[in-house]
Unconditional design. Structure first.
Length: 373
């Protein structure tokens, strides 16, 4: 077996030796958090720690950027092993290739790259200095000594350029052109990519000779955002206040597709910028009573979309602020239906020095926002 977390057939042959040599468990810190963000300490609860460390699932390794604020947002993790495999396979790295990794995290992915490509060909950069230092120690304990940099991965690492491959283990909404500029023509960039509404999918970009990069989306790859591109944190109660005025209406649109369907919600996120969604259940999920909240932290706009078993095709909608977020969502969803319900892998992205452009099927069909962005 290539690793306790994966079956041999899940790991491409080119990476099987690296996964055998570099087990994820060696990079999991003694204190982690479970899916409910409850602390799990290796010394006091070794069985639960081992269960988390040896599952094909992400493991939370840091909250609140390590500040101890108690807000409880996840700021670093050990990635899900099967997603790591998918991303490394998409990277299409070969012997002799020089790789820049953005987001060192625990150091596991960097060590896998070292095991396959050689430590001299790997540069990894981490925005959190404490995480970078701890990762450097774990990577060294595994027998590797790549270039480990504490710095802003959005700027890349020009000292080591040009690179044949760039891989990010944190999600972006805007691909920095610095990654393209520091990659060889013919190189590849692999990163999780998403919108405020939809996190996210895997993006593969191939670098052209003209300083641009182009590629397609494909695969379910939800990751934490790079710190510079995170949507502001905040709960519903922080943004939907009792004194807010609102406009009320009814709709026959149920959130099943525009919010819950992967392809539909991906398309909605492309068309409606800066819109978050949160589902709040009254009690048990099976009760069928819940409210979908749509929020734009920048403008203060919000919408609530109330669903109960008694209401069929007449769901109550309330909207507050300068943006009518539900109307924007409904228009974006209608666009997706009219376009023939395209799956997310029909969309692609072009990155140039001037910015990025999403398109459908080919670059000659660029998308525009359904509302001002």
């Amino acid at each position: 077996m290539a690793t306790p977390l994966l079956e041999p057939h899940q790991v491409p042959p080119a990476w099987s030796e690296a996964f055998e040599r570099v087990p994820r468990v060696a990079f999991i810190p003694d204190q982690v958090w479970d899916g409910q963000r409850r602390p799990v300490d290796r010394a006091t609860n070794p069985a639960r720690w081992a269960e988390l460390a040896n599952a094909d699932a992400p493991v939370i390794t840091q909250l609140d950027d390590g500040t101890g604020s108690g807000d409880g947002y996840v700021s670093s993790s050990a990635s899900k092993p099967s997603i790591v495999v998918m991303m490394l396979d998409a990277l299409n790295a070969e012997e002799g290739h020089r790789v820049l990794e953005v987001g060192t995290g625990t150091g596991w992915n960097a060590s896998l790259l070292c095991a396959r490509l050689g430590e001299e060909n790997v540069t990894t950069i981490e925005v959190d200095p404490d995480l970078a230092e701890t990762a450097r120690e774990r990577i060294a304990a595994a027998g590797f000594h790549p270039q480990v940099v504490a710095g802003d991965g959005m700027a890349g690492w020009p000292e080591g350029a040009p690179y044949d491959r760039v891989i990010s283990t944190a999600a972006v909404q805007q691909v920095p052109h610095t990654w393209v500029a520091q990659a060889q023509p013919g190189g590849r960039i692999v990163t999780p990519w998403g919108t405020a509404f939809h996190n996210g999918t895997l993006l593969r970009l191939d670098v052209g000779p003209d300083g641009s990069a182009q590629g397609r989306f494909g695969g379910d790859a939800g990751f934490m955002w790079v710190r510079a591109q995170r949507t502001p944190h905040g709960a519903v109660e922080d943004r939907v206040l009792p004194g807010h005025d609102f406009v009320e209406s009814v709709t026959d649109l149920h959130p099943y597709e525009p919010v819950a369907d992967f392809d539909a919600s991906f398309a909605v996120g492309l068309r409606v910028p800066r819109m978050l969604s949160t589902v709040v259940h009254d009690g048990e999920v099976s009760d069928g009573r819940f409210t979908v909240y749509l929020m734009d932290p920048e403008s203060g706009s919000w919408a609530s979309w109330r669903i109960t078993p008694e209401t069929v095709r007449e769901y109550r909608v309330r909207q507050h602020g300068p943006r009518s977020l539900f109307d924007e969502l409904a228009a974006a969803y209608a666009w997706w239906l009219k376009a023939g319900r395209p799956e997310h892998d029909r969309f692609g992205l072009t990155v140039t020095a001037e910015g990025q452009q999403v398109w459908l099927d080919n670059p000659d069909r660029p998308l525009t926002h359904a509302a001002p962005g």
